[in-house]
Every structure is written in structure tokens, then in C-alpha cells.
Design a protein around this ligand. Structure first.
Ligand code: HXC
Length: 260
């Protein structure tokens, strides 16, 4: 009866930044359908809330997410997955317009590494551990790992990660290009939230265009993505915020963006 008392995703808003904390620490935040649904619902809700400009996603306890829930997946057949994609909710994460920073506090393995890659960039604690260990379980990454990881760290490293299933330190992940920055464990949330607040202070139309353009680089051909970037760049000149941003520079004052 009281099962709903502790949410699977804790939500805290500070100014224009919403921090989402996956909260299934006893199972190292392993992803089941309920946590996926709660996370996607929270992101969709706050994506539509004009008081929110950016997200930080992190995990409670010693894991970010240690993967999809192995106990849940163990008995499933091909037909089960074919009929019912348990992680279909994560399709919604891709559609979120506002930036999402993954603050990776510990294990980010399998679906956890993939969820971190679904975010816009990763800031990692020095204690974070990354990897795609699915091969050790007789399966492969299924939430974009073979694709996004390859885009981020290149074919040679992605092959090694996916085929060996090994774990990698935050420092190795940063060197490989998966992680934007490694910070002291105790500073992780503060750094991630300050970074989100900085992004949240800019024109949100422009932030959304910039995010969209960077994502295009992994999703389309260079020609298409460059054309898309150019049009988006031109489009910023249709905003009041571009006028304000450049005027403020010339007048040597801080800009007051209105998201118009
Ligand atoms: C279910 C999990 C889990 C997982 C950990 N737990 N990972 N439960 N699914 N992915 C549970 C353990 O069963 C245990 O609960 C508790 O969390 C603590 O874990 P321990 O193993 O006791 O901790 P430790 O010895 O410190 O090892 C940590 C670990 C290890 C290295 C992270 O737990 C581990 O290897 N986990 C699995 C990582 C993995 O293979 N992930 C990929 C999953 S496949 P109990 O109650 O038993 O004590 C995947 C596919 C995605 O993600 C694609 C989907 C479409």
C-alpha cells in the first residue's frame, strides 16, 4: 500500500534547474519499466514548464545506473520484446528540447551508460565507472550503446568496450571523449547544477537550436547537418535575443534575454 511513498525518481527544482535523482539504490538504480516511465514523465512535464530551463540527471547511492534490471529481463523471450519494448519510454528522452546534463556519480554500466549518453553531456565523479558489459550476459547494448558510443569515442574504442564488456574509469572515459569533465566526487552535483544554471541563463531558443544542431552531427550526413546548422544560425537572427545579446556586448553590459 505504501509502495508509492518513495518515488523512483526524486525531483528538486532550484531556480530554472531541475535535478532528477534515480532512486532505487538497493538495486544500484537498475532500470525497470517503472523507473523508465517515471523518468520520462518527469522530463516531459518539465520540458513543457516555462519556469525550467535545464536538467541534471543523477543517481542515489553508489550508482548512476548499473544497467537495465537483469532480474526483470532474464526470463524474457524474443517474442516478449517484440510485442512489448520495455524501454520504449526512453524514446521520449530523445525528444526533450531542454539540455540534460548527466551527473554520473558511480556505476554507469550497460543501459546506465546508454542513459548517460542519451543526455546532452556527461560530467563524472572521479568515482564513476563506465562500460557496456552486456556481452558478459549473452546480450548486446539495446538502448543506443553501439551507435552513440561509436559516435562519441570512435570505432576502435567502441568495439573494445562492447566486445570485452570491461569497466573503465572516469578518467579513461574522459580521455576517450565520452565524458566532458571529471570532478571531485563531493563537487559533482554542485558543478553539474552550476553548469546547468549557466546554460539556463542564456536565450532558451538559442540553447535549444544549439543542442539540436550538435545532435544532428550524430544523426545525419555532414552535408545535411551543415545545412541544418546554417539555417539554424540564420534563424537566431530572427530572435529578439540575438539582437539583445549583440547590443549588450557593444554597450558593455550583461544581456537580458527574454526567450523571444
Ligand atoms: C538488477 C542489479 C543490477 C542490474 C546490480 N544489481 N546491478 N539488479 N539489474 N543491472 C543489484 C544486485 O543484484 C544486488 O542486489 C545489488 O544491486 C548490489 O549489487 P552487487 O552486485 O552486490 O554490488 P557490487 O558487488 O558492488 O557490484 C556492482 C556491479 C555489479 C559491478 C555494478 O552489480 C554488476 O555487475 N551489475 C550488473 C551490471 C550489468 O551487467 N549491467 C548491464 C545490464 S544489461 P541483491 O539483491 O542481489 O543483493 C543492460 C541492457 C540494456 O543494461 C539494454 C536494454 C534495452
Amino acid at each position: 500500500f505504501c509502495q508509492g511513498a518513495e518515488p523512483l525518481v526524486k525531483i528538486a527544482q532550484n531556480g530554472a534547474v531541475v535535478t532528477l535523482t534515480m532512486n532505487r539504490p538497493k538495486a544500484l538504480n537498475a532500470l525497470n519499466t517503472a523507473i523508465a516511465a517515471e523518468l520520462a514523465a518527469a522530463l516531459v512535464k518539465y520540458d513543457a514548464d516555462s519556469s525550467v530551463n535545464a536538467f541534471v540527471l543523477t543517481g542515489e547511492g553508489r550508482a548512476f545506473v548499473a544497467g537495465a534490471d537483469i532480474k526483470m529481463m532474464a526470463p524474457l523471450s524474443f517474442a516478449d520484446w517484440h510485442k512489448n519494448d520495455l524501454f520504449i519510454e526512453f524514446e521520449k528522452v530523445r525528444q526533450i528540447k531542454k539540455p540534460i546534463i548527466a551527473a554520473v556519480n558511480g556505476f554507469a554500466l550497460g543501459g546506465g551508460c546508454e542513459l548517460a549518453m542519451l543526455c546532452d553531456f556527461i560530467i563524472a565523479s572521479e568515482k564513476a565507472v563506465f562500460g557496456q558489459p552486456e556481452i558478459k550476459l549473452g546480450t548486446i547494448p539495446g538502448l543506443g550503446g553501439t551507435q552513440r558510443l561509436t559516435g562519441l569515442i570512435g570505432k576502435a574504442k567502441a568495439m573494445e568496450w562492447v566486445l570485452t564488456g570491461k569497466q573503465y574509469t572516469a578518467e579513461e572515459a574522459e580521455r576517450a571523449g565520452l565524458v566532458a569533465r571529471v570532478v571531485k566526487h563531493e563537487d559533482l552535483l554542485k558543478v553539474a547544477q552550476e553548469t546547468a544554471a549557466l546554460i539556463a541563463s542564456y536565450s532558451q531558443i538559442t540553447v535549444a537550436l544549439a543542442k539540436d544542431c550538435v545532435n544532428k552531427s550524430l544523426e545525419s550526413s555532414l552535408n545535411d547537418a551543415l545545412a541544418y546548422e546554417k539555417r539554424s544560425f540564420h534563424a537566431t537572427f530572427a530572435t529578439e535575443d540575438q539582437k539583445e545579446g549583440m547590443k549588450a556586448f557593444v554597450e558593455k553590459r550583461a544581456p537580458a534575454f527574454k526567450n523571444q
